[in-house]
Design a protein around this ligand. Structure first.
Ligand SMILES: O=C(O)[C@H](O)[C@@H](O)[C@H](O)[C@H](O)COP(=O)(O)O
Length: 256
Protein backbone atom coordinates (compact mmCIF):
# COMPACT_ATOMS: atom_id res chain seq x y z
CA UNK A 1 0.00 0.00 0.00
CA UNK A 2 1.16 3.53 -0.79
CA UNK A 3 2.27 6.05 1.77
CA UNK A 4 -0.51 8.13 3.28
CA UNK A 5 -0.25 11.66 4.57
CA UNK A 6 -2.67 13.88 6.40
CA UNK A 7 -2.55 17.68 6.05
CA UNK A 8 -4.85 19.82 8.15
CA UNK A 9 -5.72 23.42 7.26
CA UNK A 10 -7.45 26.01 9.43
CA UNK A 11 -10.74 26.22 7.55
CA UNK A 12 -12.49 25.21 4.34
CA UNK A 13 -11.38 28.30 2.42
CA UNK A 14 -7.72 27.73 3.21
CA UNK A 15 -8.16 24.04 2.46
CA UNK A 16 -9.48 24.86 -1.02
CA UNK A 17 -6.65 27.34 -1.61
CA UNK A 18 -4.03 24.83 -0.48
CA UNK A 19 -5.44 22.01 -2.61
CA UNK A 20 -5.55 24.36 -5.60
CA UNK A 21 -1.88 25.27 -5.10
CA UNK A 22 -0.94 21.60 -4.72
CA UNK A 23 -2.86 20.73 -7.87
CA UNK A 24 -1.03 23.34 -9.93
CA UNK A 25 2.33 22.08 -8.66
CA UNK A 26 1.33 18.49 -9.39
CA UNK A 27 0.32 19.36 -12.96
CA UNK A 28 3.53 21.36 -13.48
CA UNK A 29 5.70 18.54 -12.14
CA UNK A 30 3.92 15.95 -14.28
CA UNK A 31 4.43 18.10 -17.37
CA UNK A 32 8.09 18.59 -16.49
CA UNK A 33 8.53 14.82 -16.07
CA UNK A 34 6.30 13.40 -18.78
CA UNK A 35 5.45 16.30 -21.07
CA UNK A 36 1.79 16.02 -20.15
CA UNK A 37 -0.45 15.73 -17.11
CA UNK A 38 -3.75 14.11 -16.23
CA UNK A 39 -6.23 14.85 -13.50
CA UNK A 40 -9.40 13.08 -12.41
CA UNK A 41 -12.03 15.47 -11.09
CA UNK A 42 -14.84 14.87 -8.66
CA UNK A 43 -18.03 16.66 -7.64
CA UNK A 44 -19.33 18.34 -4.53
CA UNK A 45 -18.87 21.64 -2.73
CA UNK A 46 -15.23 21.37 -1.73
CA UNK A 47 -14.22 20.28 -5.24
CA UNK A 48 -16.00 23.29 -6.75
CA UNK A 49 -14.19 25.57 -4.29
CA UNK A 50 -10.86 24.02 -5.34
CA UNK A 51 -11.63 24.56 -9.03
CA UNK A 52 -12.57 28.20 -8.40
CA UNK A 53 -9.36 28.69 -6.43
CA UNK A 54 -7.25 27.21 -9.25
CA UNK A 55 -8.92 29.59 -11.71
CA UNK A 56 -7.92 32.57 -9.54
CA UNK A 57 -4.29 31.60 -8.94
CA UNK A 58 -1.92 33.59 -11.18
CA UNK A 59 0.35 30.50 -11.39
CA UNK A 60 -2.37 28.70 -13.30
CA UNK A 61 -0.88 30.23 -16.46
CA UNK A 62 2.38 28.34 -15.85
CA UNK A 63 0.53 25.10 -16.72
CA UNK A 64 0.30 24.17 -20.38
CA UNK A 65 -3.41 23.40 -20.25
CA UNK A 66 -3.40 22.14 -23.84
CA UNK A 67 -1.41 19.15 -22.53
CA UNK A 68 -3.67 18.29 -19.60
CA UNK A 69 -6.10 15.38 -19.78
CA UNK A 70 -9.22 15.85 -17.68
CA UNK A 71 -11.26 12.84 -16.55
CA UNK A 72 -14.04 12.44 -13.99
CA UNK A 73 -14.24 10.03 -11.08
CA UNK A 74 -18.02 10.10 -11.05
CA UNK A 75 -20.97 11.83 -12.56
CA UNK A 76 -24.61 12.43 -11.81
CA UNK A 77 -26.56 10.85 -14.68
CA UNK A 78 -28.47 13.90 -15.91
CA UNK A 79 -28.86 15.72 -19.24
CA UNK A 80 -25.87 17.59 -20.65
CA UNK A 81 -25.55 21.09 -19.17
CA UNK A 82 -27.67 20.27 -16.13
CA UNK A 83 -26.37 22.48 -13.30
CA UNK A 84 -26.20 19.43 -11.01
CA UNK A 85 -23.77 17.60 -13.27
CA UNK A 86 -20.21 17.48 -11.95
CA UNK A 87 -19.05 18.36 -15.46
CA UNK A 88 -21.19 21.52 -15.57
CA UNK A 89 -19.84 22.62 -12.18
CA UNK A 90 -16.21 22.01 -13.13
CA UNK A 91 -16.60 23.79 -16.47
CA UNK A 92 -18.15 26.85 -14.85
CA UNK A 93 -15.57 27.00 -12.07
CA UNK A 94 -12.39 26.25 -14.04
CA UNK A 95 -12.47 24.39 -17.33
CA UNK A 96 -14.10 27.22 -19.28
CA UNK A 97 -11.45 29.71 -18.18
CA UNK A 98 -8.25 27.81 -19.01
CA UNK A 99 -7.10 26.97 -22.54
CA UNK A 100 -7.69 23.21 -22.50
CA UNK A 101 -7.67 21.09 -25.63
CA UNK A 102 -11.36 20.03 -25.89
CA UNK A 103 -10.25 16.65 -27.22
CA UNK A 104 -8.47 16.02 -23.91
CA UNK A 105 -11.52 16.78 -21.75
CA UNK A 106 -13.38 13.54 -21.06
CA UNK A 107 -16.71 14.04 -19.27
CA UNK A 108 -18.75 11.00 -18.36
CA UNK A 109 -21.75 10.65 -20.70
CA UNK A 110 -24.93 12.62 -20.07
CA UNK A 111 -28.36 10.99 -19.97
CA UNK A 112 -29.21 12.66 -23.27
CA UNK A 113 -25.87 11.81 -24.88
CA UNK A 114 -24.98 9.32 -27.64
CA UNK A 115 -25.05 6.37 -25.21
CA UNK A 116 -28.74 7.14 -24.54
CA UNK A 117 -30.66 7.33 -21.29
CA UNK A 118 -29.07 4.12 -20.04
CA UNK A 119 -26.45 4.42 -17.28
CA UNK A 120 -25.02 0.95 -17.94
CA UNK A 121 -24.42 1.89 -21.61
CA UNK A 122 -22.94 5.22 -20.46
CA UNK A 123 -20.55 3.46 -18.08
CA UNK A 124 -19.50 1.04 -20.84
CA UNK A 125 -18.93 3.95 -23.22
CA UNK A 126 -16.72 5.68 -20.64
CA UNK A 127 -14.75 2.48 -20.08
CA UNK A 128 -14.12 2.39 -23.84
CA UNK A 129 -13.00 6.01 -23.82
CA UNK A 130 -10.59 5.23 -20.99
CA UNK A 131 -9.27 2.20 -22.85
CA UNK A 132 -8.68 4.25 -26.00
CA UNK A 133 -6.46 6.59 -23.97
CA UNK A 134 -4.52 3.73 -22.34
CA UNK A 135 -0.98 2.94 -23.42
CA UNK A 136 -1.26 0.59 -26.41
CA UNK A 137 -0.90 -3.06 -25.44
CA UNK A 138 -0.86 -2.25 -21.73
CA UNK A 139 -3.71 -1.42 -19.44
CA UNK A 140 -7.37 -0.64 -19.88
CA UNK A 141 -6.81 2.72 -18.22
CA UNK A 142 -4.69 5.77 -18.97
CA UNK A 143 -2.18 7.07 -16.45
CA UNK A 144 -3.77 9.33 -13.83
CA UNK A 145 -1.30 11.71 -12.18
CA UNK A 146 -3.78 12.83 -9.57
CA UNK A 147 -7.30 11.73 -8.73
CA UNK A 148 -9.32 13.94 -6.40
CA UNK A 149 -12.17 12.72 -4.25
CA UNK A 150 -14.59 14.43 -1.91
CA UNK A 151 -15.74 12.44 1.10
CA UNK A 152 -19.41 12.08 2.00
CA UNK A 153 -20.73 12.19 5.55
CA UNK A 154 -21.38 8.46 5.17
CA UNK A 155 -17.83 7.90 3.93
CA UNK A 156 -18.67 7.59 0.24
CA UNK A 157 -16.14 8.59 -2.40
CA UNK A 158 -16.94 9.29 -6.05
CA UNK A 159 -20.32 7.50 -6.35
CA UNK A 160 -19.25 4.46 -4.33
CA UNK A 161 -21.63 4.38 -1.38
CA UNK A 162 -21.46 2.22 1.75
CA UNK A 163 -22.63 -1.36 1.25
CA UNK A 164 -23.47 -0.70 -2.42
CA UNK A 165 -22.91 -3.60 -4.88
CA UNK A 166 -20.60 -1.35 -6.92
CA UNK A 167 -17.93 -2.34 -4.37
CA UNK A 168 -17.64 -5.69 -6.09
CA UNK A 169 -17.44 -4.32 -9.62
CA UNK A 170 -14.21 -5.12 -11.45
CA UNK A 171 -14.90 -3.13 -14.63
CA UNK A 172 -13.32 0.33 -14.52
CA UNK A 173 -16.57 2.28 -14.77
CA UNK A 174 -19.99 1.33 -13.47
CA UNK A 175 -23.54 2.57 -13.35
CA UNK A 176 -24.89 3.25 -9.86
CA UNK A 177 -28.58 3.09 -9.09
CA UNK A 178 -30.17 3.89 -5.77
CA UNK A 179 -27.58 6.44 -4.65
CA UNK A 180 -28.57 7.77 -1.22
CA UNK A 181 -27.23 11.17 -2.28
CA UNK A 182 -29.35 12.68 -5.06
CA UNK A 183 -29.62 12.17 -7.92
CA UNK A 184 -30.18 8.42 -7.53
CA UNK A 185 -28.62 7.41 -10.85
CA UNK A 186 -24.93 8.00 -11.40
CA UNK A 187 -21.84 6.62 -13.10
CA UNK A 188 -18.55 6.11 -11.27
CA UNK A 189 -15.03 4.85 -11.62
CA UNK A 190 -14.76 1.71 -9.52
CA UNK A 191 -12.28 1.05 -6.73
CA UNK A 192 -9.86 -0.95 -8.94
CA UNK A 193 -9.78 1.97 -11.41
CA UNK A 194 -9.41 4.67 -8.76
CA UNK A 195 -6.58 2.75 -7.13
CA UNK A 196 -4.45 2.86 -10.29
CA UNK A 197 -3.91 6.62 -9.90
CA UNK A 198 -0.41 7.75 -9.00
CA UNK A 199 -1.82 10.01 -6.30
CA UNK A 200 -5.25 9.90 -4.69
CA UNK A 201 -6.32 13.00 -2.75
CA UNK A 202 -9.24 12.80 -0.35
CA UNK A 203 -10.42 16.34 0.28
CA UNK A 204 -12.88 17.02 3.10
CA UNK A 205 -13.97 20.10 4.98
CA UNK A 206 -16.52 20.63 7.73
CA UNK A 207 -17.55 19.02 11.00
CA UNK A 208 -20.09 16.77 9.28
CA UNK A 209 -17.17 14.84 7.71
CA UNK A 210 -15.26 14.28 10.95
CA UNK A 211 -16.75 10.91 11.83
CA UNK A 212 -16.26 9.38 8.37
CA UNK A 213 -12.72 10.75 8.05
CA UNK A 214 -11.76 9.59 11.54
CA UNK A 215 -13.13 6.10 10.99
CA UNK A 216 -11.52 5.72 7.56
CA UNK A 217 -8.13 6.68 8.97
CA UNK A 218 -8.61 4.43 11.97
CA UNK A 219 -8.92 1.42 9.65
CA UNK A 220 -12.66 0.94 9.03
CA UNK A 221 -13.67 -1.63 6.44
CA UNK A 222 -14.02 -0.27 2.90
CA UNK A 223 -17.43 -1.78 2.18
CA UNK A 224 -18.87 0.07 5.18
CA UNK A 225 -16.70 3.11 4.60
CA UNK A 226 -15.59 3.46 0.97
CA UNK A 227 -13.08 6.23 1.76
CA UNK A 228 -11.09 3.58 3.63
CA UNK A 229 -10.65 1.60 0.40
CA UNK A 230 -8.94 4.12 -1.86
CA UNK A 231 -5.23 4.73 -2.22
CA UNK A 232 -2.82 6.05 -4.80
CA UNK A 233 -0.08 3.83 -6.21
CA UNK A 234 2.51 6.39 -5.11
CA UNK A 235 0.73 8.43 -2.48
CA UNK A 236 -2.56 8.90 -0.70
CA UNK A 237 -3.17 12.37 0.64
CA UNK A 238 -5.87 13.29 3.12
CA UNK A 239 -6.38 17.05 2.77
CA UNK A 240 -8.64 18.29 5.54
CA UNK A 241 -9.76 21.33 7.41
CA UNK A 242 -9.59 21.38 11.18
CA UNK A 243 -13.28 20.55 11.61
CA UNK A 244 -13.10 17.50 9.33
CA UNK A 245 -9.92 16.36 11.09
CA UNK A 246 -11.45 16.53 14.58
CA UNK A 247 -11.62 12.73 14.98
CA UNK A 248 -8.30 11.91 13.31
CA UNK A 249 -6.02 10.26 15.86
CA UNK A 250 -3.19 12.68 16.66
CA UNK A 251 -0.49 10.19 15.68
CA UNK A 252 -1.93 10.02 12.14
CA UNK A 253 -1.90 13.75 11.49
CA UNK A 254 1.76 13.65 10.68
CA UNK A 255 1.66 10.20 9.07
CA UNK A 256 4.11 10.08 6.17
O1 LIG B 1 -21.14 13.70 -7.27
C1 LIG B 1 -20.85 13.88 -6.13
O2 LIG B 1 -21.59 14.40 -5.32
C2 LIG B 1 -19.52 13.44 -5.66
O3 LIG B 1 -18.54 13.23 -6.54
C3 LIG B 1 -19.35 13.05 -4.24
O4 LIG B 1 -18.56 11.92 -4.05
C4 LIG B 1 -18.79 14.24 -3.46
O5 LIG B 1 -17.45 14.45 -3.78
C5 LIG B 1 -18.96 14.04 -1.97
O6 LIG B 1 -20.31 13.79 -1.71
C6 LIG B 1 -18.51 15.24 -1.17
O7 LIG B 1 -19.29 16.36 -1.54
P1 LIG B 1 -19.24 17.70 -0.69
O8 LIG B 1 -17.87 18.25 -0.81
O9 LIG B 1 -20.29 18.58 -1.33
O10 LIG B 1 -19.63 17.32 0.70
Amino acid sequence: MSEASVAVHADADLLAQAVAARLLVKLLDAQADRGEASVVLTGGRIAAAVYRAVAHLPARDAVDWSRVDVWWGDERFLPGGDPERNETQARAALLDVVPLNPARVHPMPASDGPAGNDPEAAAAAYAEELARAARPGHAVLPHFDVLMLGVGEDGHVASIFPEHPVHYESRPCSAVRGSPKPPPVRTTLTLPAINTAEEVWLVAGGADKARAVGMALAGAGPVQLPAAGVHGVGRTRWLLDRAAAADVPARLRSLR
